[in-house]
Design a protein around this ligand. Sequence first.
Ligand code: GLU
Length: 309
Amino acid sequence: MSFVPPPSSPAGRFAPSPSGELHVGNLRTALLAWLFARSTDRLFLLRMEDLDRTAVGADAGQIADLTAVGVDWDPPVVYQSHRLEHYRDVVTELRDEGRTFECFCTRREILDAPSAPHAPQGAYPGTCRDLTDAQRAERRESGRPPAVRIRADTTAFTVTDLLHGEYTGMVDDFVIQRNDGTPAYNLAVVVDDAAQGIDQVVRGDDLLSSAPRQAWLATLLGATPPVYAHVPMVLNGNGIRLSKRDGAVTLGDLSADGVSPTTVLSHMAASLGLATRDEYVDPDLLLRRFDPDVLPRDPWVLTPEEWVE
Ligand code: GLU
């Protein structure tokens, strides 16, 4: 297929959603993505995934915070909102090839539908996959605009993950364009990673189960799926995934408590086994020490209240 431009230099990336400030968990993932990319002589790219959930000025704040902990990238910063025509072209081409269908289902209808025979649990039940023209016209008249789903020709796909090994997960008829016309994350991420020459994806392990769908779609589009490293999350003191509700967890909050970005970097490095507690480090030193084989595989429980000097 013709969707994918010739590969540019191999690259890794960090792709935050500019919905607010980054917290220490996001910064640690960014640091890891930077270490994986730079230690393998890849470019490191920053992409703002701003197709939804954006907050005014959040991109600039995230850029400032990455800089403050010493994560740099190869410009320019790419904004997904500037690339809408590329996603639209891919959806159109897939549609013209008969690889998509319109889906009128609500979330509730999907949950309530009996699952299709042999379909993995949680897979789209196929309700709109084979509508007749008349049925489709009737649904359209009901006024609910359709989402666009890809017609999957498999139920599972295997990816290679540097921390999880060969990981096999579900592929179903997933949404590639939402019913408000916005490209779906699973489409945009694949189109962009291919277009930017990204062959190494390091991100939080909450996205591990999305990787098989994305890698399968990359293959369908004629691209080589990236190698993944889904890294452990950061948890709060209750063992729950860190969020901004957990108090002082952004660089801004921590600075107000007297904890500098350099101190945050030291704690992140210690949590990765790259420094001793309270050792002063800079990113180049971490790069020299970085060894993916000895990375901790367990989540990091954050206790920033212990960091105040
Ligand atoms: N934008 C996504 C997020 O912030 C990450 C996407 C990815 O790394 O593939 O959760």
